[in-house]
Design a protein around this ligand. Structure first.
Ligand code: ATP
Ligand code: MG
Length: 574
């Protein structure tokens, strides 16, 4: 088969999804509802499906969460997590929380974040998460738009909230997780948790009742408030099994912060619903810190993002000091995974990295390379069982294989968003002729695999040809001197647009004319004439969202002297 790579011979244990073709053909979501005991009288609560279910089983004393901070660590069994989140649910209830209230969490990755999230779900309120590096603008947008009534934060972060509190009339209760002596209007988590009962009558929710909401990454513009329902956990459970291939005995590490959807769907709900042990790294990214997590906790399944893998690739030898032999499966999401990274995975860990594609709106993985199937480096893979994916044109008709178009999905699956918060017009824009539109351009090969071309806004039109930035960026990073590249179209009288590449060099390389010449020659051999970047610029860093995505609209705006737009989710100096 063309473009595929062989996998290392030993895949242990047996992959969860063994016969993709047969499963994709026959699977119905109805089957998944029956597989695990999710429902009681047609109702469920995602926090119980994730944690309490195990706390009532033989997994009671199994470690659910290993938390590693910068200089301390702690661990929690399923029983302890269940008990603590019951206490938190009691705390919320006694302070007057009601079903449907929005309770937002603004915390670093500490155990209280996980306890609060589960506790909020148990009350029937809607949990929201915000990444701890957000400034006042990002906070205001989310708290104001969602009309959050509760906020859970800590002594360090709360000053940011007080800067904007006067403009947040709905925000009534602020819970501080690390102070016993709180000011008027605040609730002390340590004091109230101490008093609270560890039993709680968990709210039994309808499948379509909202459970959590979060805002998209803001890569293409202002983040949208996406609401997910309790039923979503059924989809997250199934995809955690199929794609992340989690088995009960796995030690699993998802590097995403719960401020982003990956950190919720696959950082806590999905893996816990499978009964796996989850590792959380509370500190910052760094090759040494990350490799030592894998070594110390004997991580077996690792889910991360291209931006992190590229940074690890840049720190070329850092892995050699650690024993990473526990790893058995690695997955990636968030941005296109360059073929180069898949090969680097094989060189470095003896394992290829498995790409998968999805969005905040879909609450769970849509398209993936599965453990049981050959990998086609640079391609996203095939749709999960229970959905159909297609490439469609402007009229909603499917286009022939090999033709670029809009990547669309059949929207009937459990983790599909319920709504865009208070914005039915925006929600309606996602649909065309019964399809859900991802807003991404892609191609499907006749072998069924999907190739990501680019976000609809990022695709370049040059000399009458359409070029996706991913293709050009992937060719660039194959050059040993380049670790990252961001590619944009720049208006040009003759060609419509020309391609401009911004590149970040690997340590030890200087932007000499010789190097630039060499890069030019190198990419010419890898790209068709029209896809070749006519302009290069060496930069120190690329603009990124805090979740690590390259923001090409920002490169474009700077290059063309245009307004920059929403920057609330972009990485700043910190
Ligand atoms: P916004 O919608 O606010 O502009 P965003 O789209 O980056 O931000 P997310 O929901 O976090 O917000 O990201 C989903 C998008 O990320 C996808 O639509 C796609 O563009 C990109 N993406 C995610 N995974 C992959 C992947 N494996 N390959 C290519 N692109 C991916
Ligand atoms: Mg998006």
């Amino acid at each position: 088969m063309q473009g595929f790579i062989e996998k290392p011979a030993t895949i242990v244990p047996t992959p969860n999804l063994q016969d993709y073709d047969e499963t994709h053909k026959t699977f119905r979501w109805q089957d998944a509802y029956e597989k695990v005991e999710w429902f009681e009288d047609g109702r469920l609560n995602a926090a119980c499906s994730a944690v309490d279910r195990h706390a009532r089983s033989w997994r009671k004393d199994k470690i659910a969460l290993y938390w590693q901070g910068d200089d301390k660590a702690s661990k929690y069994t399923f029983h302890e997590l269940s008990n603590l989140s019951n206490k938190f649910a009691n705390l919320l209830t006694s302070s007057g929380i009601e079903k449907g209230d929005r309770a937002f969490i603004f915390l670093p990755r500490i155990p209280e974040l996980y306890v609060s999230f589960l506790g909020i779900l148990k009350t029937g309120a809607i949990a929201g998460t915000m990444f701890s590096a957000f400034g006042t603008e990002g906070l205001y947008d989310r708290l104001h738009d969602s009309g959050a009534r509760y906020l859970i934060t800590n002594s360090e972060l709360k000053s940011r909230v007080y800067e904007i509190k006067d403009d947040l009339p709905d925000l009534e209760q602020i819970i501080i997780v690390d102070e016993t002596d709180v000011r008027g209007g605040e609730i002390s988590y340590p004091v109230e948790m101490e008093k609270a009962s560890g039993t709680f009558d968990v709210a039994k929710m309808l499948p379509d009742d909202p459970a959590f909401m979060l805002y998209t990454s803001g890569t293409t513009g202002k983040p949208k408030g996406v609401v997910h329902r309790h039923l979503a956990i059924v989809g997250q459970h199934a995809t955690t099994e199929w794609v992340l291939d989690l088995h009960e005995d796995d030690i699993y590490w998802c590097t995403a912060d719960p401020g982003w959807v990956t950190g919720i769907s696959y950082g806590l709900l999905g893996p816990w619903s499978c009964g796996a042990s989850v590792v959380v790294h509370g500190g910052r990214f760094g090759p040494e810190a990350w490799y030592s997590m894998i070594d110390q906790y004997k991580v077996m399944v690792w889910y991360s993002a291209p931006t992190a893998f590229r940074m690890l690739m840049r720190a070329s030898d850092a892995h050699k000091k650690y024993d990473l032999g526990s790893l058995r499966h690695i997955c990636s999401v968030g941005e296109p995974l360059n073929a180069e990274i898949v090969h680097w995975g094989i060189r470095t860990f003896g394992l290829p990295i498995h790409d998968n594609f999805w969005q905040t709106e879909t609450g769970g993985i849509l398209i993936a390379n599965y453990l049981s199937m050959p990998i086609k480096p640079g391609w996203m893979g095939k749709p999960i069982p229970g959905i159909t994916a297609a490439i469609i044109d402007e009229d909603g008709d499917t286009v022939p294989h090999g033709t670029e178009g809009d990547l669309a999905i059949t929207p009937a699956f459990p983790s599909m968003m319920l709504e865009i918060w208070k914005n039915p017009v925006k929600y309606a824009e996602y649909f065309r002729a019964g399809w859900y539109l991802t807003g991404d351009k892609a191609v499907q090969h006749e072998d069924g695999y999907f190739l990501f071309i680019g976000r609809a806004d990022d695709v370049i039109n040059t000399s009458g040809e359409r070029v996706g930035p991913f293709e050009v960026e992937s060719a660039l990073i194959e050059h040993p001197a380049i670790v990252e590249a961001g590619v944009i179209g720049k208006p040009d009288q003759l060609r419509g647009e020309i391609i401009k590449a911004f590149v970040v060099l690997a340590p030890g390389y200087a932007p000499t004319d010789d190097l630039k010449d060499d890069i030019r020659k190198f990419v010419k051999t890898r790209l068709a004439g029209h896809a070749y970047p006519r302009e290069f610029e060496v930069v120190e860093t690329l603009p990124k969202t805090r979740s690590g995505k390259i923001v090409r609209r920002m490169l474009r705006a700077k290059e063309l002297g245009l307004p920059i737009g929403d920057v609330s989710t972009l990485m700043g100096d910190e």
